[in-house]
Unconditional design. Structure first.
Length: 285
């Protein structure tokens, strides 16, 4: 029975992995967050992987506060770049495998057609730069690494855009949301499902893209959230990016091409609106 370590297990994706593990009982799991395993401690990582004879590491841990990252460069780099290198080294020491979760922020968002895996990354934020460095470090230290880039992640767990827009929609009469940044929301449960397909079928190393199907702006996303959540008392207005300045640059266009993942693993990718409806139904329960 393969032994799988899931780091960042208290986050959105980690929690979804935990739930889906109930349906995949052919693996033995170790779910850790910083209290159980500090992935920034190289020796601790090596000891844990060796002691528990880990075969596959799924790294769901990351520094994801995009604006705060601009001021906390060292911590962000440690978690997003250095730590994946430690995990990769530990996986390699056992001839094991690593799944490193990455981001659309490795691109600057100046394209107008979906980004493929072989497109040249060009991050323009600390978060994006450190995540790209983490991809490169992981692939360098462990050839058996699957990097999976995703975007606009949300779930029933933790803080995310969906929950924030529901809360604001219930509290406010008007709301301005950016309409000129285009991407695809990703339900963390769908991403976790795709990772499990890779674990079941056998990981093929390399870089992959995963988000839900379709495209929208943050404004469209918000309108859909409010409609599905039954919020009718809040008027949502479209904003330009320059109307809502942030410390870190956001990609204006970050739609990911998922062809490679679908072909390699035979993954069925749900439409973003369908997955959003599923998540909001769960939040209502």
């Amino acid at each position: 029975m393969k032994k799988i370590l899931v780091t960042g297990a208290n986050g959105q994706l980690g929690n979804e992995m935990r739930l889906l593990a109930e349906e995949h009982k052919n693996f033995e799991y170790f779910f850790t967050d910083v209290a159980e395993l500090d992935i920034c401690d190289e020796q601790a990582v090596m000891d844990f992987v060796s002691t528990h004879q880990i075969d596959v590491i799924v790294n769901c841990a990351a520094y994801t506060a995009v604006d705060k990252a601009e001021d906390n460069v060292e911590l962000c780099d440690k978690l997003n770049h250095v730590a994946p290198g430690y995990l990769a080294k530990a996986a390699q020491s056992r001839n094991g495998w690593l799944v490193q979760v990455s981001t659309d922020y490795v691109f600057d968002g100046t394209a107008h057609i979906p980004y493929k895996e072989e497109d040249i990354p060009c991050p323009n934020s600390v978060y994006g730069s450190t995540k790209l460095a983490g991809e490169q470090e992981a692939l360098k230290q462990c050839p058996n690494t699957m990097v999976i880039r995703t975007a606009w992640l949300y779930s029933t767990f933790g803080n995310n855009f969906v929950k924030t827009m529901i809360r604001l929609g219930q509290e406010k009469e008007t709301l301005g949301v950016i309409f000129d940044q285009i991407g695809t929301p990703t339900y963390a449960r769908d991403l976790a499902q795709a990772i499990f397909v890779a674990l079941e079928k056998g990981i093929v190393p390399g870089i992959y893209h995963f988000s839900n199907e379709g495209v929208c702006s943050w404004y469209d996303f918000t309108k859909a959230i409010h409609r599905l959540a039954g919020i009718t008392t809040c008027h949502v207005s479209p904003l330009h990016t320059e109307d809502y300045p942030t410390k870190a640059c956001r990609p204006h266009y970050s739609v990911l091409d998922k062809t490679k993942l679908k072909k390699t693993y035979g993954v069925e990718v749900p439409y973003w609106m369908d997955s959003l409806a599923e998540c909001i139904e769960k939040l209502k329960q």
